[in-house]
Ligand binder design. Structure first.
Ligand code: ADP
Ligand code: MG
Length: 270
C-alpha cells in the first residue's frame, strides 16, 4: 500500500516539480514502485518525463472526472519502476467544474485510492497555488513535503501553507502529516542562502531534511532531455543530493518500522 506524498508550496519556481521527478526516480531506482501524479495544469513533470502536454489526450483531468478508469491513465517512464499520470492544460478548467459538485475536495483522493495498492510511493506534484486543485492534492495525501527555496521571502508563505494544512485536518477530518521541509537551490557560498537555511532549521516546527538540494545546472538541464537527472548527469551535485534525500526518506521509514528495541539504538527521544 503506497505512502501518498504531495509536493506542495504555493510559490512557483521553488523546485516542486524537480523534487517530484528526481525523488521519484531515486526511490524507483532503489527498488520501490513509484507513481508520480502530475496535478499541475502546467504539466512540467509530465514533460520532464517525456510526454507532450499539448498532445496528451488522456490526462489526470479525465481520471478525476472518471472519463477513464484510473489504470488507463498510467504511463511507463524511462525508468523501470517509475510510472506517471500526465497532466494537461485543461486541468485548470477542472476547477470550475469541481466547484459546484458535492465532495469537491475528494476527487483526486478517490482517483489515487484506486491506484494505491499497486505502488510503494505515490508522489503528487502540485500547482503553485492554494486552490481547490491543491486542496484535492492535499486531501489525497498522507503526507506533504514542502520544498523551500533558500532565498529571501521564501519563508513568508510557509505559515500560510501550514495553516491550510491545519484547516484541512480540522475541517475535512483528514489526518495530513507534514513529512518535512526540503531546502532547495541552496548555495553555500551565499550568506543569504545559508541564513535562510539556518532560519528554517531553527524555526520550522517539523522535520527539515538533512539533505539540501544545491543550485545545480544539471538539475535545470535534465528536463530538456526529458530525463530525470540520474540519466542525465548522475555524478552532479544536484543528482547526489536527490539520491541522499531518497536514502534519508527510506532510512526513516526503516526506523519507523523497526521493532522498538532497534529504534532504541538510534537514540530516539520520546
Ligand atoms: P516549481 O515546480 O516549484 O515551480 P521547478 O522544479 O519547476 O519549480 O523549478 C523551477 C525552475 O528552477 C526550473 O527551471 C528548474 O529546472 C529549476 N531548478 C529547480 N531546482 C533547481 C536546482 N536545485 N538548481 C538549479 N535549478 C533548479
Ligand atoms: Mg512545478
Amino acid at each position: 500500500m503506497a505512502r501518498v506524498i504531495s509536493i506542495c508550496n504555493q510559490k512557483g519556481g521553488v523546485g516542486k516539480t524537480t523534487t517530484a521527478v528526481n525523488l521519484g526516480a531515486y526511490l524507483a531506482l532503489s527498488g520501490k514502485r513509484v507513481l508520480l501524479v502530475d496535478f499541475d495544469p502546467q504539466a512540467n513533470a509530465s514533460s520532464a518525463l517525456g510526454s507532450n502536454p499539448l498532445k496528451t489526450e488522456k490526462s489526470v483531468y479525465h481520471g478525476i472526472l472518471r472519463y477513464y478508469e484510473p489504470q488507463e491513465l498510467v504511463r511507463p517512464s524511462v525508468l523501470y519502476n517509475l510510472h506517471f499520470v500526465p497532466a494537461a492544460p485543461h486541468l485548470a478548467g477542472a476547477m470550475v467544474e469541481l466547484v459546484g459538485l458535492p465532495e469537491r475536495e475528494y476527487f483526486l483522493r478517490k482517483f489515487v485510492n484506486h491506484l494505491r495498492h499497486n505502488y510503494d510511493y505515490i508522489l503528487i506534484d502540485l500547482a503553485p497555488s492554494l486552490s481547490l486543485l491543491t486542496v484535492n492534492g492535499l486531501v489525497a495525501s498522507d503526507e506533504v513535503l514542502i520544498p523551500v527555496q533558500a532565498e529571501y521571502y521564501s519563508l513568508e508563505g510557509i505559515g500560510q501553507l501550514l495553516d491550510t494544512i491545519n484547516l484541512i485536518r480540522d475541517n475535512l477530518g483528514h489526518d495530513l502529516k507534514v513529512m518535512g521541509a526540503l531546502i532547495t537551490m541552496f548555495d553555500e557560498r551565499e550568506r543569504l542562502s545559508r541564513e535562510v537555511a539556518r532560519e528554517l532549521r531553527e524555526h520550522f516546527p517539523h522535520t527539515v531534511f538533512e539533505a539540501a538540494i544545491p543550485k545545480s545546472v544539471a538539475l535545470a538541464e535534465a528536463p530538456s532531455f526529458a530525463k530525470p537527472v540520474v540519466l542525465h548527469r548522475p555524478d552532479s551535485a544536484g543528482a547526489l543530493a536527490y539520491r541522499r534525500l531518497a536514502e534519508e526518506i527510506l532510512s526513516r521509514e526503516a526506523v519507523s518500522r523497526a521493532p522498538v528495541s532497534e529504534v532504541g539504538n538510534f537514540n530516539v527521544k520520546l
